[in-house]
Design a protein around this ligand. Sequence first.
Ligand SMILES: Nc1ncnc2c1ncn2[C@@H]1O[C@H](COP(=O)(O)OP(=O)(O)OP(=O)(O)O)[C@@H](O)[C@H]1O
Length: 258
Amino acid sequence: MITVKNLYKSFGEKTVLQDVSTEFEEGKCNLIIGSSGSGKTVFLKCLVGLFTPEQGEIFYDDLSFTTLTTPERKALRQDIGMLFQGSALFDSMTVEQNVKFPLDMFTKLSNAEKLKRVNETLDRVNLKDANHKFPSEISGGMMKRVALARAIVLNPKYLFCDEPNSGLDPQTSMVIDKLIKDITTEFNITTVINTHDMNSVMEIGDNILYMYQGHPEWRGSSNDIIFSDNEKLNKFIFASEFLQDAKEMRMIEARKNK
Ligand SMILES: Nc1ncnc2c1ncn2[C@@H]1O[C@H](COP(=O)(O)OP(=O)(O)OP(=O)(O)O)[C@@H](O)[C@H]1O
């Protein structure tokens, strides 16, 4: 579990995060949603230590992240997996070398042990026979799976994904979502995902945090979203007529099933 208490982050005069308090549960997909510029990426970067907040506390289970020493942060870093926007694979490295990279950085395993782990992980993301391909030789969906394999190869307790579906078609997005969801449940990971993808919100949103102008405006599950009467949230999430209709249909269905 990750607990955030009263976090503030500014750039010069501009306050981007204002009094953010929330919890991200383990074994769950915790989604952060909000319009462009609402502070989602800045928040994620504060959580992993890429930005330093001016005020507030972040706890990784019982560890107070904000007060950790550099060696303690380095140790915690091994428990954190990150899936960046655009996959961020190393172009000059093969799929196998990309996934092996964190093992080379953080472990003293033998080469044979590392390769065994790489192959098990590639297998877990349904990527076989791609070991010796370069990123330029595989599709966007495959790149995401390689990036996901690299993010989970050290068996992280915490997984951060920034827009995991950006640039993917709806079907491939669903495959990636399902993988993230399955891996989160299987390994009891605390997974935090920044997303604009409404399909992800409905399909894998165990816990959803809606950020509005740098402050948590609403929290709930994908089911709660359907029934929420929060005006800002509804305006954001059900922006189109199509989504409004989908919401109404879901409400009718849910009432029938009660
Ligand atoms: N390094 C920085 N220096 C100054 N301002 C920054 C910096 N990084 C982000 N900001 C500002 O913080 C605000 C929030 O940005 P952020 O990238 O977190 O938004 P977001 O919700 O992730 O948007 P999007 O959905 O478009 O990715 C923006 O106004 C942005 O200009």
